[in-house]
Ligand binder design. Structure first.
Ligand SMILES: NC(=O)c1ccc[n+]([C@@H]2O[C@H](COP(=O)([O-])OP(=O)(O)OC[C@H]3O[C@@H](n4cnc5c(N)ncnc54)[C@H](O)[C@@H]3O)[C@@H](O)[C@H]2O)c1
Length: 380
């Protein structure tokens, strides 16, 4: 394996998941590049140093510009809030580095388009962390649809439900709460949660052509952590939308942070002519499968525990023994594997989401948000 020196921006939640994935991927998978934890970058020097020590980084930086200037860094990984993605990704691409970026790619399609243009102009491999693609049961759902077993697809439905912003006293903005500040996040549940659902849906079922949406902001004002002032809330707290796919199937998507009792209920269901499938993040190893070709006496929903290590169920042959589980963190490890086994793979041979793929998701999100405002159908 060739060495690839990584500089990660952001030592929060995603800084940890990515770092863990870089450490694990070469131990379990064959890669073209072995990631080397060269530098972590955050704004606070002491926290950066502590993070570096804990995770085994060789150094830390407090300014992402300095990180990008370093000749000993080959790839920049952006694990910081959405308002930082655009500038860091473009500067990294212009410096000739590979770029990995958290989702959503930009805060709007205009930012995302500029990021796509930058990586394409520089000709650098690029990756977006749509990690749910790499849940073995989700990858298997895609493989099953690709095999044609479901026949014509009629319906796709997906939910992503949380409940952590119900408290009206919760501030917006700043450390930990940037997701509630529209300037930092770009949007609310649409870009944060539905972007995952949209990415998975288009990966499995092809492009979305048109949408109509309903959005709601339940708490209209919140104190901003940075200014201390009570300010208008600009994000969508909840969003539901209808969609039409290019293949003729229709869809319903819903997301909220006000579904009391739900922490991260990401689920989807696909109904085809011959068979249906269901999946739920809370029970992420299981794929529900209903096959109309089964003998009628025993026809019913199968509960497939995707943990076979015989090679017919994605990724599991690289882990433990049949029937044992892997978890959330492994989805990031699989992402590193898919990217670093061949970052230069041609179109059609890549098994990872690129900036160009993520731009399509951002275009759907923008059409959804526009429809939430004007209550019309919009083509993507
Ligand atoms: N793929 C997923 O499932 C998933 C899950 C959570 C978050 N995300 C995405 O990951 C990104 C980060 O989210 P998070 O949950 O890790 O947030 P977080 O708040 O836990 O961490 C963000 C980190 O970025 C740092 N940061 C902020 N501005 C910076 C700057 N200018 N330079 C360097 N560091 C800076 C913060 O100090 C913090 O350490 C977001 O884009 C988010 O949408 C993706």
């Amino acid at each position: 394996m060739k060495k690839l020196n990584i500089g990660v921006v952001g030592y929060g939640l995603m800084g940890r998941t990515h770092t863990n994935a870089y450490r694990q991927a070469p131990r379990f998978f064959d890669l073209e590049y072995e990631p080397v934890l060269k530098a972590i970058c955050g704004r606070d020097d002491a926290r950066g140093k502590a993070f570096a020590k804990n995770w085994g980084y060789e150094s830390n930086e407090t300014d992402w510009r300095k990180l990008i200037e370093r000749d000993d860094i080959d790839a920049i990984d952006i694990a910081s809030p959405n308002n930082t993605h655009h500038d860091i990704a473009i500067a990294a691409a212009e410096a000739g580095k590979m770029v990995l970026c958290e989702k959503p790619l930009g805060r709007n399609p205009e930012e995302s388009q500029q990021m796509v243009d930058a990586v394409e102009k520089a000709g650098v491999p690029n990756f977006v962390w749509y990690n749910y693609r790499f849940v073995p049961a989700v990858t298997m759902a895609k493989n099953i649809v690709d095999s044609g077993k479901l026949g014509r697809i009629f319906h796709y439905r997906a939910n992503f439900l949380q409940d952590w912003t119900i408290d009206a006293e919760l501030p917006q903005g700043g450390e930990g709460l940037w997701r509630l500040d529209v300037d930092a996040a770009g949007s609310g549940v649409t870009g944060d949660l539905l972007a995952h659902c949209i990415d998975t849906a288009m990966w499995i079922n092809g492009p979305i052509e048109s949408v109509t949406a309903m959005t709601e902001t339940f708490i209209k004002e919140r104190m901003h952590q940075d200014t201390g002032a009570v300010q208008k809330v600009g994000i969508d707290d909840a969003c539901a939308f209808l969609a039409r796919f290019k293949n003729g199937s229709v869809a319903i998507f819903e997301s909220t942070r006000y579904a009391r009792g739900h922490k991260a209920l990401y689920s989807f269901e696909i109904n085809g002519e011959n068979a249906s499938m269901t999946w739920d993040l809370h029970d992420m190893h299981r794929l529900g499968y209903y096959d109309y070709a089964d003998e009628s006496a025993v026809r019913g929903w199968r509960d497939i525990h995707v943990s076979n290590t015989s090679g017919d169920q994605p990724y599991m042959d690289k882990w433990w023994i049949p029937g044992t589980n892997i978890g959330y963190e492994h989805t990031f490890t699989h992402g590193v594997y898919e990217f670093l086994k061949n970052p230069d793979a041609d179109d059609g041979k890549r098994h990872y989401p690129t900036f160009a793929d993520a731009l399509q998701t951002d275009k759907v999100c923008a059409a959804v948000l526009k429809s939430g405002k004007d209550k019309q159908w919009h083509d993507v």
